[in-house]
Design a protein. Structure first.
Length: 79
């Protein structure tokens, strides 16, 4: 689980690592805290697939991004 109050600044390197990890039994949950613009974090969520800098697509969706502000006060939805 990763808690962040901002966006990732090395997105290409991060996408490369996520695609590399997509063959492993791992899940990554990123929770965006605060009012930052988390638009680019949706790229890592991978609902439509994630592609690394070499054009390779991840084997599966292993990242879930959750903007906390959308669910604060409702722990059932946050879960």
């Amino acid at each position: 689980m990763i808690l962040t109050d901002g966006e990732i600044h090395d997105m290409e390197q991060t996408k490369d690592l996520v695609v590399e990890a997509s063959v492993l039994p791992i899940s990554i949950i990123i929770v965006g805290i605060g009012q930052a613009d988390f638009t680019s974090m949706e790229i890592l969520d991978g609902d439509n697939g994630i592609i690394n800098s070499k054009g390779q697509k991840g084997m599966r969706d292993l990242v879930q991004f959750v903007p906390f502000r959308n669910f604060k006060g409702n722990p059932e939805l946050l879960a």
